[in-house]
Design a binder for this molecule. Structure first.
Ligand code: F6P
Length: 356
């Protein structure tokens, strides 16, 4: 069996660990197995590039962050647009899949990667997806690999911000990644005891935030920490598309949601207010123990799926068990935070303001 592996979309911790588990499973359990790595995501497949990966290439990858194959964002909407040569990227990928003699292709990526993987399946390629992203927004899996490492990183960062905030008696906003989904902000916010948590799924009311900040100081709190998702939206912007929102915000002279909030909260509450953006440190670095274990389980399971000839699927964890979903059923769907879920309510029940 000839296997191809690629990593696509934003990097995160656990990509190498998943590859390692696929490679070790395949070399241990599949007869006459040959594995090639495809560089830079779907870009490598479009160009027809690959390099052999022997068993030893998979050793030592368990605790290494990033991806040894490299990754790129290759937007789904560009897949079916013809290039100068008249062929679409999808057609080039299908042709190269055949030319490379692949029997199976593992695609490690997020929601966008899965959409393209579903297209490749429809074109007759044997694809198995692996759910990667710090955003934890892939439909059909309780957790994606990379998420918990990012939660640990963001939590530690917020803890550090808190000591400065407390020393200075400040309100500090910490911007956490997540455009559509607020999982990372919600988890890191709860873990770091943030006083306010703002998610894309729950449009916020600035008055409510200011009331909370003032009330906390009056109650003797030394500082306020506001964990804000990069995709958090004002209640007046609810329902706007990303482009419309950007337009309205530029019109108001805003840079980011965090900068805007820092200014308004500072003005209205009279507290010294600052904003800080965590950015890419949330994606980088070595996987946590949780992610090493999840990645090993997902990769091993995906290797087994290949051995059994189950293609057109993506590995997932549901409850305590690793399982799989049909790619066409999950492609294009997102798993977002439910504003009425127990975890959200439990935060509100202990006084955390969700901006509503
Ligand atoms: O991978 C998901 C994500 O981390 C989002 O939370 C974030 O908005 C985005 O990637 C940033 O990606 P880029 O690498 O394109 O700046």
């Amino acid at each position: 069996m000839k296997i191809g592996i690629l990593t696509s979309g934003g990097d995160c911790a656990g990509l190498n660990a998943v590859m390692r588990a696929i490679g070790l499973y395949a070399y241990e359990n599949i007869k006459n197995c040959e594995i090639v790595g495809i560089p830079e995501g779907y870009g490598g497949l479009i160009r027809g590039e690959s390099a052999p990966m022997s068993r030893s290439d998979f050793e030592g990858l368990l605790n290494v962050g990033g991806t040894v194959l490299g990754t790129r964002r290759t937007p789904f909407k560009t897949m079916t647009v013809p290039d100068e040569g008249g062929a679409t990227r999808l057609e080039r990928m299908r042709a190269n899949y055949k030319k490379m003699g692949l029997d199976c292709l593992f695609t490690l990526g997020g929601a966008g990667t899965h959409r393209t993987a579903a297209l490749l399946c429809a074109e007759g390629c044997n694809v198995i997806g692996l759910p990667k992203t710090i955003d934890n927004d892939i439909y059909g899996t309780d957790v994606t690999f990379g998420f918990h490492t990012a939660v640990d990183v963001a939590t530690e960062a917020i803890d550090r911000v808190r000591t400065t905030a407390a020393s200075h008696g400040r309100t500090i906003l910490v911007e956490v990644m997540g455009n559509k989904a607020g999982w990372l902000t919600l988890y890191a916010g709860i873990a770091a005891g943030a006083e306010v948590i703002l998610l894309p799924e729950i449009p916020f009311n600035i008055d409510k935030i200011c009331e909370t900040v003032v009330r906390n100081y009056e109650a003797g709190k030394p500082c306020n920490i506001i964990a804000v998702a990069e995709g958090a939206v004002l209640d007046s912007e609810a329902g706007f598309k990303k482009k419309e929102r950007a337009f309205v915000r530029t019109d108001r002279g805003e840079t980011t949601v965090t900068a805007h909030l820092a200014e308004v909260i500072g003005e209205r509450t009279g507290s010294e207010t600052r904003g800080t953006v965590l950015g890419y440190i949330q994606r980088g670095g070595n996987p946590s123990a949780y992610d090493r274990i999840l990645s090993s389980r997902l990769g091993s399971f995906a290797g087994k799926l290949a051995k059994e000839g189950r293609f057109g699927v993506t590995a997932a964890i549901v409850g305590r068990e690793i399982t799989f979903n049909a790619l066409p059923e999950i492609a294009g769907k997102y798993k977002l935070v439910d504003p009425s879920s127990q975890i959200v309510r439990s935060a509100e029940d202990i006084g955390v303001c969700l901006g509503r």
